[in-house]
Design a protein around this ligand. Sequence first.
Ligand SMILES: C[S@@+](CC[C@H](N)C(=O)[O-])C[C@H]1O[C@@H](n2cnc3c(N)ncnc32)[C@H](O)[C@@H]1O
Length: 308
Amino acid sequence: MELVIEKCSESPDYAEELSDNVFNSDIVTSHEIRYQFQINVIKTFMSGMEKKGVPVPDAIYDRLGVLMGLPEKEFVERLYLNEEGDKVLAKFSEAINQLSMGTTGLSVWQASCDLANLFRLVPSSEYKRVVELGSGCGVSGMAISKLSNCEVVLTDYDDNVLDLLKKNAVKNGLMSEEDGDTSINQAKIRCLDWCDFDFTEWKEPADLIIAADVVYDTALLASLCSVLRLLLRTAKAAIVACTRRNEASIGCFEHHLKCAKLEIVEYFEYENGEYRTLDDLYYTHPSNFPFFSSLKTPTIFYNIQPKK
Ligand SMILES: C[S@@+](CC[C@H](N)C(=O)[O-])C[C@H]1O[C@@H](n2cnc3c(N)ncnc32)[C@H](O)[C@@H]1O
C-alpha cells in the first residue's frame, strides 16, 4: 500500500488509473468480494493519501459510499488473479464466518491457499488424476486441476460442503451445471467420510492425494491416516498441508502416520512468501493465492508415501 500511495503522490494520473483498474474495475464490481474487506482497503488507502496530502479521486469516494450502503452477505466470493492482475485465475464462494452451519468447510483456510500456490510453482503433468480429502470450498483441488490440467475428485463428508463444492466447480468451469450433463467433467464431487470409508467400494483411483487443513481434531487423525494408507495403494504420494496451530495435533498426526506405516519423505514450511526446508534452505515465491489472517503461523507441507 505504501508503494502505491508513493506512486499516487508522484502522479495524479496513477490515482485515477488505480480507481478505474482496481477499486472500480469490472473484476471487482462484478463479483461479490466481501464488502468489509473492500471498505478496509479503501479506507487504508484514503488515510495514507491524506497523510501525504494527495487528493483522492472522486470515484473512490463514490465506491466507498456504495459499499457502505450494502448489507454484507452470508456468502461472498474470493478471487485469485493471474500475475498481471487482469484475469481471474479461480474464484470461490465461501461463508464469511469460518464456522458456519456447524462446519469449518464452508470457508477457505490458509493451508488450502498455500497448497494451491505450491502447484503454481510445480504444476505437474505427471499426475493425471488427483483426489482431495476434506476439500471444503475446494481451493487446492481446483487449483491443481486448473494449473496442471488434470482431473480432480473433490471429497468431503458434509452435505452443505458438498453442495458448495459443486457450485465452485461449476464457477471454475470444471463441471457442468446440470446434473447428468457430463460435457464438462474435469472435476467430480464425492462423499468420503474418513471415519466410515470402505475402500472396496471406492471407484476413484488417483495418482496423487492432496489435503489441506485436515489436521486439527486429534480424534480424527487415526481414521484420516488409515484412509491415506488405503488410497496410497494406487496413488504415488500424498501432499498434506497443515497450519501449524498447535504442536500436539501435528505430533499426533506424525504418530498416526507411523502407525499406518506411512513415511514422511519430504517436509518443508511456507511463510511470508518463503519456502523453508529443515536444512534451512530458503526459496522466495510470493503467493498468488494470498490469505490474510490475524494468526501468523507457517503452513507445513508433508510429502507422504507408504513405508518401503
Ligand atoms: C478446516 S476445513 C479445511 C477445508 C479446506 N481443505 C481448506 O483448507 O480450506 C476441514 C475440512 O475437513 C472436512 N472434514 C472434517 N471431518 C471429516 C471427515 N470425517 N471426513 C471427511 N471430511 C471431513 C470438513 O468438512 C472440512 O471441509
